[in-house]
Every structure is written in C-alpha cells, then in structure tokens.
Design a protein around this ligand. Structure first.
Ligand code: AMP
Length: 550
C-alpha cells in the first residue's frame, strides 16, 4: 500500500482572508453612495478585519459565539465577513426584510450576543432586540449610535470608535477545524419557522473555489462583480468569499436597489458580472426599455433563486448582456447547478434550449430525481421526480440549539430533499418543473405553475405574473393568474387566453385572472405564492373569469 506524500492543509477562512490580503492587496470592494463609489482595498479589509477581531475579543466573543449582522451590501459588511469566521466565531447574517415575528424568532434561536447594524435600519432592529434578552452589544455602522434604541441589557457602540486604535494585524488561530461552523443563515421560511443552515469553513472554501472555476461562475481578477443579491441571502450567493479568492473587484449597491439607481451605479462602475433574482432584472429591463443605456459591459448576468422567464433571457440578449441561469437554495450554499450549453453548440436557438434549463451540476454536487417511494428515476429529460442533492456544501441537517434533529423528513439516505420537482436530460441538464407544493393538480393531471408563468409572461404586455392552484368544484384545482399589465386596456382576459392558445394545451388555459399593480414578494424578492394563496382564500382579489358553480 502506498501512502500519499501530500501535506494536509486547512481550508479555513482565515487562510482565505490572509491570502487575499497578501496576494491581491490592490483588490477592491466598492460601495455605491447614491452618487459615487467609496472604495476599500483588500489590504485595508485585512487590516480592518484584524481591528474588528481585536475589538470583538474585548467584548469576550469566543469560539462558536454568534456575531450577527443586520446590514446592506457594503464595505463594512465585507470586513465583518472577513473577521468573524476567521477569529473562530460564527457570522449570522440577519435578513433585513423578515416579518417582526420571524426576526425575533431567529435572533433568539441563533442566540446572537453581538449585532452589527447599519444605522439606516437600526430603528427596525431596536424593536426586535427589545424582545431578545440574550443580545449584549449592538455596534452601529455608517451613522449615529442614536439611531438604535437600546434596552437596558444592551450596550451600544459606534463602529468607527469601536475599531479605532486596535492593531491592524491579528494572529488568526491556526487550529480552527475546517468542518466547524463559520456562517449561519436562515431559510426564508415560506412554510413554518425559518430553519438554520450552518456553513463550515470547508464548505465555503470549496464553494468559493468552484465559483472562481469555469464550471461555476468563472470569476477572475479581470472581473468586476456586482452583487445585488443581499449579503443576508445565502451569503450573497457566496460571492464575498469568492472575490477574495481570486482578486475580483466587488461592487456593492448598499441600499440603492431600485432599477434607476442600480443603472446609474452600473454606468459608473461598469461591472462585468452581476448577480440577482429575476424580479430585480425584471425591473431593470423595464427601466432599460423606457430609458435605454448600454449595459454590454456585463459579460454575464447570473440569475437564479427563481425560474428565469424565457422572455427575460431574450430581452437581456438584446441588451448584449447574456443571462446565465443557475439554481440553488440556502441549503446548497447556494450553487447547485448552472446552465451553460454543451461544447459544439453554435446555433443560438439550440443553445437557448439549454440556457432556459437550470443546467448541470458542478463538480462536488451530486443530483438525482426520485419518485414518491424514493426510487431513483432515469435521466431521460422526460420523467419528473423530486430533486435530491448531496455534496460537501449541501446541508445534511438544520441547526437546532439543543442538538436535536429538526425536519428529518427533508433528508433521505444522506441526500437533501429539495422540494423541487425536476427532470434531468441524458446529458445532465436539470430542469425544474415546479416546487412540489406549487404544482397544480387538475382533474388527475399536473400543470407546472412555472411553465404557465413563462407562457403568460411571454406576452409583451405582461410585466409580471404568478400562477397558483386554487380550489375548483369540478377539477379539484385550477390555475389562477395574478398579473401586472402595461396598461388598463391590457387587462383583457380573452386576449390573454387567445395568446396562450398557441403556447399551452387547451385544458391548461386558466379561467381565473386578476390584475394588480404589484405582486407580493418574499423577503428575498421572489414572488410570494403563500401570500397570494392566503389573499385569494380571503377573497382579497377581484377575480375575473370565475366559472359559474355547476
Ligand atoms: P432559497 O433558499 O430562498 O434561495 O429558495 C430555494 C428555492 O428557490 C429552490 O428550492 C427553488 O424552488 C427555487 N429556485 C432557486 N433557483 C431557481 C431556479 N433557477 N429555477 C427555479 N427555481 C429556483
């Protein structure tokens, strides 16, 4: 038996932060202020991370303690990303858009002791911390400490003073187990209480390597990456660590997330890559149609988190900023698959058929589809079943403070059950048909709400649309369309049905329609079907086309 002669090495985030400081000192993170960028170099990030770690030591933050952030995407948030896991503590990124009940639940469940908060959202956090007796320190960033109202068990600090005068180097512990907790992130919780997913140093390190490889995002030091996806949503898809690994420039929008300021920022920063959920790009596309601007500096627009409408891919092709479609979950760090056409496909239409799928699994992600009994199904591009994934950056459990196993039904023989229904083609392209709970079961047949949404949105007068299954006396369930249309005259259901007649089978064409000015969105900007369902059930929509009861 011959032994490998290779050394071990530790895949810790401290190694990554030190590497970026030494190898890419000129690397930059740039935060938009609404009119200009304020920059911080990777060398400065390394120094400020050291200062922050010393200051947190002073508060008694130890190994495994949770340090939370309630912040936008900005330079200071990047410093916290660098500092907290490197010192052996656990970074917990709190979602700014949670309901108060969810925020309080999460704060207490995670047992956060220290929170860094952007002053602009500090009043909101004050209300949550008033119900979180475990919190001890709040550090206010980018604004006055007075913006946070502290209960008597909390000490408030101003970030600049907090880190001022601390040493700019830190002897990062070399003995942090690469499998130990680094970052804690809660699922957006569209059903039940939010669930905690804990990324390890190793999982983030391997995920970052893939993000910088051509089987992932292909990020390099020639790129400038615009991370619109929030740092509180699956670590901004892992990009803050990926840029440090390769020296890419990072562009951060801070709180300027509307299409107009985003486009002003793009004109100034000229990113080569950008990442966000489809609803953001929908708004950007509408704005670009109204006020054209060259965005061809974007060599790729990475879109995921929800199915990308086909019309959106076409629109961005016309803007010369091609979309690359990716699939993932909080539970998958998030990169689970990415759609790049196979080698040798030159015909754009042939390539398009691959680009609209959710794509291939990257190395280190294994995927399969199974039937209701858990039997594996063939990769024939036709048979659909629940998608299951496994790999070093896929969660194997949910965090429970008492160590109990939560939601065991979400796992199957060591695989994560995604709750997504998919097909996989013989050449490995995965296509999400629907969420298991969103599939519309009508008269013994299935309708994919995703495909129907795509068809409805391919009508140019439809700005946004979502489809849910609603109770029907005759067919059990029928599709209901909630749409935003360009003008009042476009709220014509017969015209919409006629448009669909060429695109979907006749029996799938929805009878029930409602037109609104905005579709409710979740805390991470996806269509909130749960909210649409409950409002429909309460009779909160003016529904046209309701069939008469028989
Ligand atoms: P979250 O954990 O909030 O990011 O939600 C993960 C879920 O978003 C997945 O299980 C999918 O249902 C959905 N999702 C993510 N990316 C895509 C995509 N490209 N196409 C369709 N659904 C997606």
């Amino acid at each position: 038996m011959i032994q490998s002669t290779m050394q071990g090495g530790n895949l810790s985030l401290a190694t990554l932060v030190e590497y970026s400081r030494k190898s890419f000192p000129e690397g930059r993170v740039r935060t938009w202020t609404g009119s200009a960028f304020r920059d911080i170099s990777f060398a400065e990030i390394g120094e400020q991370a050291a200062q922050l770690a010393h200051a947190l030591d002073g508060l008694g933050v130890g190994r495994g303690d949770r340090v939370a952030t309630f912040m936008w995407n900005n330079n200071e948030h990047q410093v916290v990303y660098a500092a907290v896991p490197s010192m052996g503590a656990v970074l917990h990124t709190l979602n700014l858009r949670l309901s108060p009940e969810q925020a309080v639940f999460i704060l207490n469940h995670a047992d956060d002791k220290v929170i860094l908060v952007d002053a602009s959202v500090a009043p909101m956090l004050s209300a949550y911390v008033a119900q979180a007796p475990g919190v001890r320190h709040v550090i206010v960033v980018n604004g006055p400490v007075e913006s946070f109202t502290a209960p008597d068990w909390v000490t408030v600090h101003a970030y600049d003073e907090f880190i001022a005068g601390q040493p700019t180097t830190y002897n990062w512990p070399g003995d942090i187990d690469e499998r130990s907790a680094a970052v804690l992130c809660y699922t957006s919780g569209t059903t039940g209480d939010p669930k905690g997913v804990v990324y390890s140093h190793r999982s983030i390190y391997l995920h970052s390597l893939t993000a910088t490889s051509t089987t992932g995002v292909g990020l390099s030091n020639r790129d400038s990456m615009l991370a619109i996806v929030p740092m509180f949503h699956v670590m901004s898809w892992g990009l803050p660590y990926a840029v440090m690994m390769c020296g890419a420039t990072m562009i951060m929008p801070d709180r300027f997330l509307q299409p107009e300021p985003l486009l002003a920022m793009m004109a100034e920063g000229r990113p080569t890559l950008a990442a966000a959920v489809p609803t953001i790009w929908q708004g950007v596309a509408a704005r670009l149609h109204a006020a054209p601007q060259d965005i061809s500096h974007l060599r790729e627009v990475i879109v995921g988190g929800a199915a990308v409408p086909h019309t959106m891919i076409r629109a961005f092709d016309e803007f010369n900023a091609p979309i690359t479609h990716a699939w993932g979950m909080t539970e998958t760090s998030p990169l689970g698959s990415i759609a790049r056409p196979p080698a040798g496909i030159d015909d754009p239409e042939e390539a398009f058929a691959y680009r609209v799928t959710q794509g291939r699994f990257p190395p280190l992600v294994a995927g399969r589809i199974v039937d209701d009994e858990g039997n594996e199904l063939p990769w024939d591009g036709e048979t659909s079943g629940e998608l299951e994934v496994s790999g070093p950056w896929i969660t194997g459990a949910y965090y429970q403070p008492d160590g109990n196993v939560s939601a065991p039904d979400k796992f199957h023989d060591g695989w994560l059950r995604t709750g997504d229904v998919a097909t996989i083609s013989p050449d490995g392209y995965m296509r999400i048909v629907d969420r298991t709970k969103d599939i519309i079961k009508t008269g013994g047949e299935w309708i994919s709400s995703v495909e129907l949404e795509n068809a409805v949105m391919s009508n140019p007068v439809v700005l946004e649309a979502t489809v849910i299954g609603v109770p029907d006396a005759k067919w059990d369930e029928r599709p209901f369309v909630l749409a935003v249309v360009a003008s009042e005259a476009d709220a014509d259901i017969e015209a919409h049905k006629a448009f669909l007649a060429d695109l979907v089978p006749r029996w799938q064409i929805p009878e029930r329609w409602s037109f609104v000015t905005e579709i409710p969105k979740t805390s991470v900007g996806k269509f909130d079907k749960k909210a649409v369902r409950s409002r429909y059930a309460e009779g909160g929509y003016e529904v046209f086309g309701e069939p008469a009861p028989e």
